[in-house]
Design a binder for this molecule. Structure first.
Ligand code: PPS
Length: 291
């Protein structure tokens, strides 16, 4: 069935589109388990990268056939997604046979089902600088019929700054998750830029957050598999749906820090920085826009 290009609407104060809120009640009533791991991110910040990393760290050795038999999207369901004629993310999560269950979400903090907090679930929060996120999001909306029409780059950028994109304001999303860490210590932030700079170090930190002991050899294997070029070639490790037109833009597009410089004009960059300063006042949260 053809996917109808969705529109944006205000949903409890956040811009959303139908496929991500259609299953709202079911999602809100999701029953998390204490050993679940939630990967919580704003879109386009490295979610798929970290999902794959986690899947390999947990199941790469014990269940290698999973790597070739099951697409990553089914191994790590997208909790709130509800697309026509497909199982919902919530159904896929309920059906997961693994322990732990790896579950991904792009929900802003205030929309996360309460059972995750009640069960004291460990959360990996992936973060990426706003400029590269905006660029990646723009190309994703261009190629994905499941996302609202982005318009041209300057229109999209303006909307991104105003939070008029699916999942709302990057600034609010990121600030919300960052602040939560103060009262909920089981959140592990991972910066995309750090991952690019030293994947091995970030895998070590992730393992220590999760209490996982993995041999150097195993971690090396994971590091190799999650490299951009290897993931790009691996059809099971990144999304592929009829809604996505890779001729317009691949999902694994560039995987770089600083691609924003190829998109932002000087005036756009200055305006963005001005706006950013007003919204991002917590000095403990620093992003790198180049490395
Ligand atoms: S989504 O659709 O919101 O889940 O997208 P998400 O996975 O969060 O982000 C997609 C961007 O992450 C890049 N990516 C990677 N970069 C470096 N190395 C690896 N292994 C990797 N895997 C995914 C992907 O290319 C998208 O970024 P851009 O800038 O568009 O290339």
């Amino acid at each position: 069935m053809e996917v109808i290009k969705p529109t944006l609407f205000d949903f409890h104060g956040v811009s959303m589109s139908n496929y991500f809120v259609k299953n709202w009640d079911e999602v809100q009533n999701f029953k998390a388990r204490p050993d679940d791991i939630l990967i919580a991110t704003y879109p386009k910040t490295g979610t798929t990268w970290v999902c794959y990393m986690l899947d390999l760290l947990y199941f790469g050795q014990t269940c290698p056939e999973r790597q070739t038999s099951t697409p990553l999207d089914d191994r790590v369901p997208f909790l709130e997604i509800a697309k026509p004629n497909l199982p919902t993310g919530k159904e896929l999560a309920d059906r997961l046979p693994t322990t732990p269950r790896l579950i991904k979400t792009h929900l802003p903090l205030q929309f996360v089902p309460k059972s995750f907090w009640e069960q004291n679930v460990r959360i990996v929060n992936v973060l990426r600088n706003a400029k590269d996120t905006a660029v990646s999001y723009y190309h994703f909306c261009r190629m994905n019929k499941g996302m609202p029409d982005p318009g041209d780059w300057s229109t999209f950028l303006q909307n991104f700054m105003e939070g008029k994109v699916v999942y709302g304001s990057w600034h609010d999303h990121v600030n919300g998750w960052w602040e939560k860490k103060e009262t909920y210590p089981k959140i592990h932030p991972m910066f995309y830029e750090d991952l690019i700079q030293d994947t091995g170090r970030e895998i070590d930190k992730l393992c220590s957050f999760l209490g996982l002991s993995r041999s150097d050899e195993e971690k090396k294997r994971v590091m190799e598999a999650v490299q951009f070029d290897n993931m790009k070639k691996n059809e099971m490790a990144n999304p592929k749906t009829p809604a996505m037109d890779f001729k317009i833009s691949p999902f694994m597009r560039k995987g770089k820090v600083g691609d924003w410089k190829n998109h932002f004009s000087v005036a756009q960059s200055e305006q963005f920085d001005e706006d950013y300063k007003k919204k991002m006042t917590d000095v403990t949260l620093q992003f790198r826009t180049e490395i």
